[in-house]
Design a protein around this ligand. Sequence first.
Ligand SMILES: Cc1cc2nc3c(=O)[nH]c(=O)nc-3n(C[C@H](O)[C@H](O)[C@H](O)COP(=O)(O)OP(=O)(O)OC[C@H]3O[C@@H](n4cnc5c(N)ncnc54)[C@H](O)[C@@H]3O)c2cc1C
Length: 323
Amino acid sequence: MSHDVFVIIEHLRGKVSDISYVMLAAARSIASATNGKVIAVLLGHDAESLARDLAADRVLYIEHAAFADFSSDAYQRTLENLIKEHAPRAVLFGDTTIGGDVAAWLSTRLNLPLVSACRTLRADDGTLKFVSQICGGKMMAEGDLPAPTALVMMVPGGYKPEQGRAAQPPEIARVDAPALADLRVATKGYIEPAVGDVDISKEPILVSIGRGIQNQDNIELAEDLAKALGGVVAGSRPVIDQGWLSSTRLVGKSGKAVKPKLYLALGISGAPEHVEAIGDSEMIIAINTDPNAPIFSLAKYGAQMDILDLMPVLTEKVQQARG
Ligand SMILES: Cc1cc2nc3c(=O)[nH]c(=O)nc-3n(C[C@H](O)[C@H](O)[C@H](O)COP(=O)(O)OP(=O)(O)OC[C@H]3O[C@@H](n4cnc5c(N)ncnc54)[C@H](O)[C@@H]3O)c2cc1C
């Protein structure tokens, strides 16, 4: 068994996802305690340049046309060989659609334990520990990272992406891909999700509402606030499932990733499937009646209060301030 920590770099359409940098920071926090190395594993096609700012001791770059778009089949086969060969102490994946597709298969195939929704990793007197968000982010579970090799799916929130970015390019080693001629799953094309009336992924100000909005009549309060701020209303899954907002306004794993200047999270708990899509926001402000809501750990500012009290007052204040 080695003490190295492998990080499977997630990237889409020529951009490394923020969760990859979060994972590099997490990997560093345990590798430095065990004298292991942080090894980034980048699977791509003409994508070696994506390695330039990865804060890793080494990048294993595996080039193949099959990696031009994400292919679960190709990723699974390649990583199966790599993990068998190197037996790293841990292999980190994003707790995302891509990460789940690959890590769950590898766990079964290689009979390795899989820790999901992991927020932080640390070394405690030589023992590696994980902290995971469970029950949709409402509880934290802590445990020993199973040995000799543990697969870990990471959620954002425990580390800042900047901690996983390097100023200097890392050492890159090219590794041959295995035979990938007879893949069962292939991407035929990339379809951008429907934009609908507005494209929330491009809006600079989002007033995002969750189950805390309570009923459809209260949506108007959020619309008024968004109008005053010059933004648009988005929402979490329960709000969309109720049909209170169009599905094009859904933020999260099943909806869109957003990167506004301001993400105002109103009555949203901060479940992993939601927060994985808001990590690129410049500023998150959360309002929630529950002081322990996980969203507060991602937010720059937060207030424990009822959004139904806040929204009309805030709208009025913003309108006054803007004349
Ligand atoms: C495969 C899968 C995909 C998913 N995809 C998505 C996705 O894309 N997007 C998504 O959002 N979810 C998704 N989910 C669901 C996700 O797990 C959560 O259930 C969901 O995000 C919770 O939404 P919420 O925070 O609005 O509701 P809750 O978790 O119920 O939280 C409501 C919050 O509102 C607070 N609150 C209540 N009343 C008030 C009030 N008056 N004032 C202030 N605060 C109040 C509560 O304290 C609570 O924190 C997915 C789940 C799965 C399994």
